[in-house]
Design a protein around this ligand. Sequence first.
Ligand SMILES: O=C[C@H](O)[C@H](O)COP(=O)(O)O
Ligand SMILES: C=C(OP(=O)(O)O)C(=O)O
Length: 352
Amino acid sequence: MTTPDIENTNVTSFATMPTPEELHKRLPLSDSAFATVMQGRAALRDIIDRKDKRLFVVVGPCSIHDPVAGIDYARRLKALQADVADTMLLVMRVYFEKPRTTTGWKGYINDPHMDDSFRVDEGMEKARRFLLDVCELGLPTATEALDPISPQYLGDLIAWTAIGARTTESQTHREMSSGLSTPVGFKNGTDGDISIAINAILSSAHPHSFLGINGQGTVSIVRTSGNAYGHVVLRGGDGRPNYDSVSIAIAEQALEKAKLPANLVVDCSHANSYKKPELQPLVMSDVVQQIRHGNKSLVGVMIESNIVGGNQKIPADLSQLKYGCSVTDGCIDWDATETMLRAAHAELLQRP
Ligand SMILES: O=C[C@H](O)[C@H](O)COP(=O)(O)O
Ligand SMILES: C=C(OP(=O)(O)O)C(=O)O
């Protein structure tokens, strides 16, 4: 007997996706991309373990919407990488999944054509292509893991993962993080609460069993061993920054109380710069000064940066899109990014 109107009453259709294995076959991990990912992850672990004194810098667009401009950005970052490599590990921010406060464009995977056609199948393939291209340039990548299935498609191309302010408290995201192959940065909540990030680190360090898919796309019980490289990302909240030395000391105390290592990353954007992208260099400079004055817990920073500064609304006529400019949060432009990173490098050469 069929039972119409009892389930999926608000679902309009199901469209089949290629499996992760099929996508991996179409776009296999090359030897050079493999080397970039493995070296990037190892360097990040070494920084977190204090075997490497450098600061890791997750820097790049708020979101990728145009792969041509994205690769143009990646080439610039790659060229800068060699000059600052003594003091900083540059990891490109390659964000494809945007958590929205209410509604809005949810990113390149969800709607790659930016026209509400929602070709997630094409978006996933384009995202994998883009990540491969960046890794083949020799730049490790960082992304926000929002959809718990996406890592099966893309996880082999990622060196660092963020769990966003809106999902750090979510059990699904903590479970997923317990199985991720990268270090994971948990943002404090949008209200500034860091306890949810600390609880996320504790939770994700443990083994979990949960529902997911395997490489063949079969619904599976995923059993994980736990992720030892969870850490807090301070992004400010409730309209207030939390990168100042007092906020850092409070975060360190909270980690100590939870018997967790003191590892902190400062997101220079979002509430830490009052969502004014041009203030990010001030935040970065403050963080670098704290390190120069002996701070030992700051291991990384995040910067939202693009070729052109600011942001733009997605126009109805996509040919009107401004090249290299964010369609989500505002960013600093390339010149400001380069100046800021070179200044931080010069300062960090003097660290104790
Ligand atoms: O960094 C990204 C945004 O701050 C986040 O996705 C929320 O965006 P929204 O408030 O514009 O939806
Ligand atoms: C969504 C983001 O940040 P947050 O989760 O801190 O709002 C982001 O970095 O793109």
